[in-house]
Write a protein that binds this ligand. Structure first.
Ligand SMILES: [Zn+2]
Length: 225
């Protein structure tokens, strides 16, 4: 009001009006930012919860039926990979969701890239044998259920169980040997590195020794003369 008195009624009013517009617009921007932030939060939470619940209803269960989680390629596409939810629930420590090369899992790719850049380490991966066994066990369960509904299925059920047992036994043999081979290769690699380090050290010491020998000869020759 003091400005109004100094500058005359019109200029004063205009200034007062401009100030109010400025003040209100600031409030508006603040409100808009709050509103946008709140909407984003609500939307992202709802989408997450919605997709999380869909991932327990819609899709396949290749690894387990002990929980309701399902693998679903479409949901995986919308959730950056988390749609491979059946795998995620049974092997929850694994950093991956989609384990096949063709499965869309950008979260896995991001974590893997971070590990190459030194930003993540000790990524947990479920042993292949465990994953294969889970899948075979699910197949056995499904086939058993289907056969059980048919008449005179006892013999076929026996064959099914026997074949499963043989599969699991051969699986164990294969993965045990694979592990041993990998360990051997790791040892060989370590030996190679150690050998390379030793031979580098050897070359350095050889050079230093020869240099010292030369300067020793120069010195003794000088003092003897
Ligand atoms: Zn879940």
């Amino acid at each position: 009001m003091a400005a109004q008195a100094l500058l005359g009624p019109d200029t004063g009013n205009q200034l007062w009006f401009s100030y109010r517009v400025w003040r209100d617009s600031r409030r508006c921007v603040g409100g808009a930012i709050l509103l946008v932030g709140f909407t984003r939060l609500v939307l992202s939470h709802h989408t997450t919860f919605f997709i999380n619940s869909l991932a327990h209803v819609w899709g396949s269960q290749p690894y387990t039926e002990k929980n309701t989680a399902r693998d679903n390629g479409v949901l995986a596409f919308m959730t950056f990979g988390e749609g491979y939810h059946n795998f995620h629930h049974i092997f929850e420590n694994d950093y991956r969701n989609g384990i096949r090369w063709w499965q869309f899992d950008p979260t896995k790719w991001l974590i893997k890239t971070a590990s190459w850049l030194g930003l993540a380490e000790k990524l947990r991966v479920t042993p292949e044998e465990k994953i294969e066994k889970a899948r075979a066990t699910m197949q056995l369960q499904r086939a058993t259920q289907k056969l059980s509904n048919k008449p005179n299925a006892t013999h076929r059920l026996q064959i099914l169980q026997q074949e499963y047992d043989t599969l699991v036994a051969k699986m164990a043999d294969y993965y045990t040997l694979k592990k041993q081979l990998l360990a051997l290769e790791r040892d060989k690699f370590r030996e190679k590195v150690e050998k390379a380090e030793l031979s580098q050290q050897y070359q350095d010491l050889k050079l230093r020794f020869h240099q010292q020998k030369r300067s020793w000869q120069v010195l003794t020759a000088k003092y003897a003369s």
